[in-house]
Design a protein around this ligand. Structure first.
Ligand code: URP
Ligand code: ZN
Ligand code: ZN
Length: 458
């Protein structure tokens, strides 16, 4: 068969096994996996000594998001360019539905921008902030038909107009379940945060450490448990984003074991840093919500990564510029919440595999296969015949020290500065097209395509 591209002599990694094989690509799809595939004039790439992986799916990014008095520093072009350069071939973004506006209207506006700018494929979870007297619930089915089968709720960000109450959350859970969609949730207790913030400000405790102190472990755990309780009672699927605390994690895992349709995401920042970062002179740069927690939580998250109870690792990529982070030098409440990460996700998790903490197959399951399965990306997430040729060539011997200077985003600092990972992607292909090659972005903005997610059923 004539093929466009053959990646030869590499070790293919799936969530189940690793084996030596060539991969053949035609018209953006994987058409052959086997030994000694014949060239027939196809472009060939020698991947001897390299791993061949499915492109990662970053299920949690905020691109060009108005937030914290500004807009997140990466738009669709720079955010997806950075994604591609870190081995991410699909990002999920979070358009924000606002009072009086519909879901498809909201998503369409983002899609139009992304179609012009995106350097990798993109899909959407739509954040729901107001039910518009029930009209929004009636639109859920249309959204699923459109290809958005995932909705997001926030238990926080009251004054930003993003918070939903418990009754709204339960209505969303039930309607999502009915139409074949899944509900995502940011779980922290907003009233406890407000109470504690007011107290610290009154006492003049204004440095970054008090961001952590105003939303410590038990503030997240209460909300995690409440959400799990409602999802379990509604028998509805729930995806808890950016899990960061041990107590909440344990409650979610217990419900999972009892048969609840609970899915758990964590992020590299909660696996690498503890709340001690907020005591550093640059502590404000690490301000994100939920904040990094104590060592016990970090250890519990790693244990769940290893034992299979965490389902996905995504980034919550939401960078802000240094000058914006500096707004909070003397008042932690003025620091825009969020950090960079999309380019570091796969290298960090694969690096953990190179270091022997987890297997490469587990890293692939967490970063590619599981997000594809949970969110209905039927053509993505694994190396198999018929799937999109979203492929990463990874050199397990290449060490890489992360610096803002060698990232491909628009932000001007990173919490990952100076972190060394063992092993690094050397090439990324999006539907068979080379977009990243040995340190350089080589694709064309606008070649990323909208991923129509299938309805989900659990
Ligand atoms: O601090 C964060 N995580 N900013 C982005 C919005 C969110 O809560 O996910
Ligand atoms: Zn969040
Ligand atoms: Zn987020």
């Amino acid at each position: 068969m004539f093929m466009d591209l053959i990646i030869k002599n590499g070790t293919v990694v799936t969530s189940k096994e690793m084996f030596k094989a060539d991969i053949g690509v035609k018209d953006g799809k994987i058409v052959a996996i086997g030994s000694d595939l014949k060239d027939d004039g196809a472009k060939t790439v020698d991947a001897s000594g390299k791993l061949i992986l499915p492109g990662a799916i970053d299920a949690h990014t905020h691109l060009a998001m108005p937030f914290g008095g500004t807009v997140s520093a990466d738009g669709y072009e720079s955010g997806t360019r950075a994604a591609a350069c870190g081995g991410v071939t699909t990002v999920f973004d979070y358009p924000m539905q606002r009072k009086g506006h519909g879901i498809i209207e909201t998503v369409d506006a983002k899609r139009k921008v992304a179609e012009k700018e995106a350097c990798c494929d993109f899909a959407f979870h739509c954040c729901i902030t107001d039910l518009n007297d029930g009209a929004i619930l009636d639109e859920f089915k249309d959204a699923v038909d459109y290809g958005v089968s995932s909705f997001k709720c926030f238990f926080v960000y009251k004054k930003e107009g993003m918070m939903v109450d418990d009754a709204t959350f339960v209505k969303i859970l039930l309607k999502a379940k009915e139409v074949g969609a899944i509900t995502n949730l940011h779980a922290e207790n907003p009233d406890m945060i407000d109470l504690r913030v007011a107290q610290y400000l009154k006492e003049g405790k204004t440095d970054a450490w008090y961001h952590y102190m105003s939303r410590p472990e038990f503030v997240a755990a209460e909300a995690d448990k409440r959400a799990v309780h409602w999802a379990q009672n509604a028998d509805a699927p729930l995806y808890i984003v950016h899990m960061s605390d041990k107590e909440g994690l344990e409650a979610a895992v217990k419900a999972k074991m009892e048969g609840a349709k609970i899915f758990i995401e964590t992020c590299p920042q909660y696996l690498e840093f503890t709340c001690d970062v907020y005591k550093r002179p640059d502590g404000r740069n690490f301000v994100c919500s939920p904040p990094m927690k104590g060592q016990e939580s970090l250890d519990a998250l790693w244990q769940a990564i290893k034992n299979g109870t965490i389902d996905t690792v995504a980034t919550d990529h939401c960078p802000f510029q240094q000058s914006e982070k500096d707004w909070g030098l003397n008042d932690f409440t003025k620091i825009p919440n969020g950090c960079a990460g999309v380019e570091n996700l796969y290298p960090y998790m694969l690096g953990a595999a190179t270091d022997g903490k987890i297997s490469y197959s587990r890293a692939v399951e967490l970063c590619a296969e599981n997000p594809a399965k949970i969110f209905g990306c039927t053509s993505k997430g694994s190396l198999a015949i018929g799937k999109d040729a979203d492929i990463v060539v990874y050199d397990p011997k290449k060490d890489f020290t992360i610096s803002v200077k060698n990232m491909h985003s628009d932000y001007d600092h990173t919490i990952w500065e100076g972190t060394t990972v063992h092993g690094y992607p050397v090439q990324t292909y999006v539907r068979g097209s080379l977009v990243y090659d040995n340190g350089e972005y080589v694709g064309k903005p606008g070649e990323g395509k909208f991923v129509k997610c299938a309805p989900v059923k659990f």
